[in-house]
Write a protein that binds this ligand. Structure first.
Ligand code: NAP
Length: 293
């Protein structure tokens, strides 16, 4: 293997320490950073994500407010809760865990969250501000990728970047951040023709599709930086049963050609929660500045 491994666990730990320091400073001024975590229904994966977010929040000095609602919750009840959280001065960030149970309209819920508390960065106002180059909340996973690039010493300025995937939570905001960082960005999706030739030109490859090892190692330009956002559970093989987590990139072959690469797990994954906490503390700092005025 030639590539340097970008250690997301280590960088996430560093971000969490920074958050803990900021949270401690805020608490010393009487401002306790608060994150409301809304979970509707009993989806097992969502329950794990929410538990992890709340645990990480507590460890960093951010107070989690747990709102677990039954799957029978109506749109009105959910919107009422969001309105209460918007008005609650102890809440700096509101996170509604997606996906919502069938019958609930996630777009309407996201639009109901105050942009001042939109720590996931999914509100259309946050999206518009990101593309306009204005300050605002940025979705946590792409923000984490930018931090990993910075920690790996990769300056996107003038580089060719390809983002594979165009979801609202990863691909599109990723492209916006790379454009803002002066990369020349190509966004690939399911209608794009000839992915290999696009990837072969790219100095930075960010894969966020959700297809196990879809990006072949032989496509990677020698010396490129490869960021693998994908998290795919596949059969672990070996007859032992159990699932194995793999990314969207054929890791071993890509690592032969890349200069730096993120592993799965232990790459982008740990960054998402760390940046969520970072966004929450930023929001609390704004509250502290407002109350000091
Ligand atoms: P998503 O909403 O399903 O979007 C997938 C994107 O990939 C879409 O834009 C889709 O294109 C494109 N795509 C799917 N199959 C394709 C194919 N065969 N060829 C070309 N393009 C294809 O997924 P997401 O939420 O962005 O997540 C992507 C991956 O990242 C998943 O594995 C997810 O688990 C992972 N993820 C990880 C983190 C983390 O913290 N590490 C956070 C979020 C997501 P169209 O738009 O044309 O359909």
């Amino acid at each position: 293997m030639n590539a340097r491994i970008i250690d997301g666990k280590q960088v996430a730990q560093k971000v969490r320490q920074e958050v803990a320091q900021s949270a401690a400073a805020l608490r010393a001024r009487g401002v306790v950073p608060g994150l409301a975590v809304v979970l509707v229904g009993e989806d097992p994966a969502s329950q794990v994500y929410v538990r992890n977010k709340e645990k990480a929040a507590r460890e960093a000095g951010v107070e989690p407010f747990d709102h677990h609602l039954p799957a029978t919750t109506t749109q009105r009840e959910l919107l009422d809760l969001v309105a209460r959280l918007n008005a609650d001065p102890t809440v700096d960030g509101i996170l509604v865990q997606l996906p919502l149970p069938r019958g609930l309209d996630a777009t309407a819920v996201i639009e109901a969250i105050s942009p001042d508390k939109d720590v996931d960065g999914f509100h259309p106002q946050s999206v518009g501000r990101l593309w306009s180059g204005l300050p605002g909340f940025v979705p946590c996973t792409p923000l984490g990728v930018m931090r990993l690039l910075a920690e790996a010493g990769v300056q996107p300025d003038g580089l060719d970047a390809v983002v594979i995937g165009r979801s609202n939570i990863v691909g599109k905001p990723m492209a916006a951040l790379l454009v803002a960082a002066n990369a020349t960005v190509t966004v690939y999706h399911s209608k794009t023709r000839d992915l290999p030739s696009i990837v072969r030109r790219a100095d930075i490859v960010v894969a966020a599709i959700g297809r196990a090892e879809f990006v072949r190692g032989e496509w990677i330009k020698p010396g490129a930086t490869v960021i693998d956002v994908g998290m795919n559970r596949i059969d672990g093989g070996g007859g032992g049963g159990g699932a194995k987590l793999v990314g969207d990139v054929e890791f071993a072959a890509a690592a032969e050609r890349a200069s730096a690469i993120t592993p799965v797990p232990g790459g982008v994954g740990p960054m998402t929660i760390a940046l969520l906490l970072s966004n929450t503390v930023r929001s609390a700092e704004r509250r502290a500045a407002r109350t000091a005025d």
